[in-house]
Design a binder for this molecule. Structure first.
Ligand SMILES: Cc1ncc(COP(=O)(O)O)c(C=O)c1O
Length: 337
């Protein structure tokens, strides 16, 4: 698919690495390759940069001076929109809604929210979607471009059409049975689905399988309009809600176990809202001998929004405290601070 006619601003470092993960693979009895869209680029990286390269280029071409967008309190899309606006000299207003029943300093002030403000964005915290819509309407002027939740507009999807081509070039003639990817607002999976025929297991983090698939279809349709192609066939996409648990932003025990597994076998950090759920579905569902690509879509700063849980979960299976005390008291003189 030729995307060269669409304006694009550089925000990421492409290609992102495709890591072979021998210790994780051995643990799971399958070959797992991790596409590291969590690394590279500005604002601590993540899948949203690929979408923003297209959506913000179009906004600049329209003469935008201000970007307004939406999300939950710990939105990664908001953080990367803020970082990208800083890079491009655009004003950024983030209208965030309390969509997760969590509060406290870590969730409300740390992680992505702190970074939003560090990048110079103005953050509005709302209790309802109606309130968010009112604030967004009040912020709009004739140089404002509004981006949808998750950046999943038709143009935004092109970022992952391009990522699919990047992945295909990295794989060469290596066979892959399926791609695992987290599914939220739908743009990432829709883009991959338009760009590859490899089966995709789309791990939904916020809706049950049928509703999540309907979102992918709708967003893929928006992209098809932009690309001026026929309504796409999405038979190779299978929605998977096995890791949904109690819903958006609520990590399960399996999610924390997946975080520990990726961290302790490969030094790869997942987040508890998106990639942790995708990884939990992979751990439970990968078949012996399969070769799969796990799309690491980023979200790492959101982990610190869950700092109290992280501190507790990280210790499970770690060295007991007495071991640390033993090590500290037996430090070789002059070997450290
Ligand atoms: C880290 C991370 N992974 C995956 C997703 C899901 O991507 P999409 O919204 O395109 O479905 C998001 C969306 O916010 C995200 O922040």
């Amino acid at each position: 698919m030729d995307l060269s006619t669409f304006p694009r601003v550089p925000l990421g470092s492409w290609p992102t690495p495709l890591d072979t993960c021998p210790r994780l693979s051995a643990e799971l009895g399958a070959t797992v390759l991790v596409k590291r869209d969590d690394v590279g680029g500005i604002g601590l990286g993540g899948n949203k940069l690929r979408k923003l390269e297209f959506t913000l280029a179009a906004a600049l071409a329209e003469g935008a001076g201000k970007i307004v967008t939406f999300g939950g309190v710990q939105t990664n899309h908001g953080r990367l929109t803020a970082a990208s606006c800083a890079r491009l000299g655009l004003r950024c207003e983030l209208v965030l809604t309390r969509s997760v029943s969590r509060s406290g300093f870590a969730y409300d002030r740390s992680g992505n929210v702190a970074l939003d403000e560090l990048f110079g964005a103005t953050v509005y915290l709302c209790d309802t979607d109606e309130e968010a819509a009112e604030i967004a309407a009040a912020l709009a002027d004739d140089r404002t471009v509004t981006l949808p939740v998750g950046g999943s507009s038709g143009l935004g999807v092109l970022g992952y059409v391009s990522a699919a081509a990047e992945l295909a070039a990295q794989l060469g003639d290596r066979h892959v049975d399926r791609i695992f990817c987290a599914l939220g607002s739908g743009g990432t999976v829709a883009g991959l689905a338009l760009g590859t025929e490899t089966p995709i297991t789309a791990v939904t983090v916020s809706r049950e399988a049928d509703a999540a698939m309907a979102v992918v279809e709708q967003v893929a349709g928006l992209a098809a309009d932009v690309l001026k192609i026929d309504e796409p066939k999405l038979d190779h996409v299978t929605p998977d809600d096995s890791a949904l648990g109690e819903g958006y932003g609520v990590p399960t025990d399996e999610v924390w176990a997946a975080l520990r597994l990726f961290a302790r076998t490969e030094g790869i950090v997942l987040d508890p809202v998106y990639t942790g759920k995708a990884a939990a579905a992979l751990v439970a569902g990968v078949r012996p001998g399969e070769t799969v690509v796990f799309t690491h879509t980023g979200g790492t700063p959101g982990l610190f929004g869950y700092a109290p849980d992280l501190a507790a979960e990280a210790r499970i299976g770690a060295l007991p405290a007495e071991t640390w005390i033993h090590r500290l008291t037996h430090r070789i003189p002059g070997s450290g601070p």
